[in-house]
Write a new protein. Structure first.
Length: 425
């Protein structure tokens, strides 16, 4: 592991030289993985994306090209906020990879005011990101953004020269997402009311008295589903009442399904639809984290104690995902993966699969009539090919022989052999 870490810069430089070009979009996102143990200096308590809030963790940031190939990875201490990881990536892209112009596509939690200033003052750097919900609410209150204007359309641009000088704000409305959020809010409100009703019942029957004790009981009930903002409660020593904040709920519901992208790219650089498509492409980085944490690569839990070993572990997992990415790309004809995913004329609406991919999903067969596979089941099929050691009777001489591959194995090996070179020196 140690020699591999010593070569990390060289490896990443080669990958960047192979897959990144001036003016290309670069995807950047972060995730975390938890530790078993407390001895590593990188392991700190922080916001856990693994649902392991009581365990120490590390943060790692992944740079990918526009197609989702991993190019570089960097490890940070577990308490590090997402936005604190971005400056080092800009330095890496500009100085180490020697890119004169880049477009960074990053999640909304990554781009703070300080990072926007850094991006704006760095020559040759543009960005695509999104506004956080509180900022969207602020724009709606100020009148800069009027949701009613999007009743008949789902895409448009607005400007706010005071708050976002030199930037384009692209408003998107997805009715499907809006209905999902409305349904979820309704369910959470009902669940919170059930808990509050139980407290009110106890207070009414005298089994719970005292404003302080009632408040202690009500606090967790309001926080459990994060619905405290939507309820108004009144507590005395002998009474407990609650009502929904209908005005606040209505104001939030009016923004259901809306999201606003922000970019420094001009209309001449990229039109609004392609900005939306570029931001949605961040799913490629999220897919990488899913594979890294899945049963194929198992980046977590981390058992190493030395900081350098942890960094080497993450690097090896990234390189394994690089191999996985190329194998999945090469084996698309054998997998359920959409080989020719169509570009929807409506960038905001849900992505659709090609007719060929729909046919594979319905028939469970490829275009050649073979059974279609997931990546894991295909690897399982390939694992049945064995290499046997044969010893001649009456002699100590042996020879090695591979079993005859099946038609599926032969096709998979042929497709992999024709894929781009995967080795990195």
């Amino acid at each position: 592991m140690d020699p591999g870490l010593e070569r990390q810069d060289r490896i990443e430089d080669r990958l960047a030289g192979r897959h990144l070009r001036d003016g290309e979009m670069v995807l950047y996102d972060v995730s975390s993985s938890y530790f078993e143990g407390r001895a590593c200096p990188l392991a700190k308590l922080g916001y856990s994306r693994d649902g392991k809030s009581g365990l120490a963790q590390i943060i790692y940031g992944l740079l990918c090209d526009h197609d989702g190939r991993p190019v570089a990875v960097e490890v940070f201490t577990g308490e590090c906020h997402d936005d604190k990881t971005l400056p080092s990536q800009i330095t890496k892209l500009k100085d180490r990879f020697d890119l004169s112009r880049i477009v960074v596509v990053a999640d909304r939690g990554m781009v703070t005011k300080a990072n926007i200033e850094l991006l704006a003052t760095t020559d040759g750097v543009d960005w695509i990101t999104a506004l956080k919900a509180p900022t969207i609410k602020k724009l709606a209150r100020s009148g800069v953004f009027q949701p009613s204007l999007f009743d008949e359309q789902n895409l448009g641009e607005i400007t706010d020269v005071a708050e976002f000088p030199g930037e384009r704000l692209i408003v998107c409305r997805n009715p499907l997402v809006g209905s999902q959020r409305a349904r979820k809010r309704s369910e959470l409100l009902a669940a919170t009311e059930t808990d509050l009703a139980a407290i009110a019942h106890r207070v009414k029957h005298g089994t719970l008295t005292g404003a302080d004790l009632i408040g202690l009981a009500a606090g967790p009930a309001l926080k459990r589903y994060r619905m405290k903002k939507h309820f108004q409660i009144t507590i005395t020593d002998t009474t407990f009442t609650y009502t929904r904040d209908t005005a606040g709920i209505a104001a939030e519901a009016a923004l259901d399904g809306f999201y606003i992208l922000r970019t420094s790219l001009t209309q001449a650089d990229l039109d609004a639809g392609d900005v939306v498509r570029a931001y949605k492409n961040l799913e490629q980085a999220e897919r990488a984290f899913g594979t890294l944490k899945g049963p194929d690569l198992q980046i977590r839990p981390i058992h190493h104690r030395l900081a350098e070993r942890v960094r080497a572990h993450v690097l090896i997992c990234m390189l394994a995902y690089y191999l996985t990415w190329h194998l999945k790309a090469a084996w698309k004809p054998l997998l359920f993966t959409d080989e020719h995913r169509p570009t929807s004329p409506d960038p905001v609406s849900k992505a659709v699969r090609s007719p060929a991919a729909q046919h594979k999903a319905q028939t469970k067969q490829t275009s050649t009539g073979q059974p279609a596979h997931s990546y894991r089941t295909l690897l399982t099929e390939l694992a049945t090919q064995t290499q046997n050691t044969t010893r001649l009777a009456g002699s100590n001489n042996t020879f090695e022989k591979l079993t005859q591959p099946t038609a599926l194995q032969a096709e998979a090996l042929k497709l992999a052999a024709n894929a781009p070179v995967l080795g990195v020196r």
